[in-house]
Write a new protein. Sequence first.
Length: 111
Amino acid sequence: MADETSFNPENIWKRVGLDELRQALATVDNLTHRFERALQELPRCNQCARIVLLEQIQKTGDSLSGELISLSALAGTLKNTIQIAEKAQKHLAKDVPPACRCEEGECTCHD
């Protein structure tokens, strides 16, 4: 059996239910690295480099903005879901009905 105390980022993201968020962050990171590689491969001519760079900025910017919007929406949804779940958990913990004391058959001690 694997040592549960060892640090495994992928398992931590899954454990806290945020693996979709991790995947979105990885996509943004990949787009960033792709853009940086494109910068390294710019032509020597300044005018040509400017044209290629502007095209790359537009292309990568469109992808990044879409990913960031999705990431922001996902984070907001997750935050709201966690808040709702925490409220429900507190409510349920506060209003736990007493255990049934009835013998077999139909319960008569609860409404």
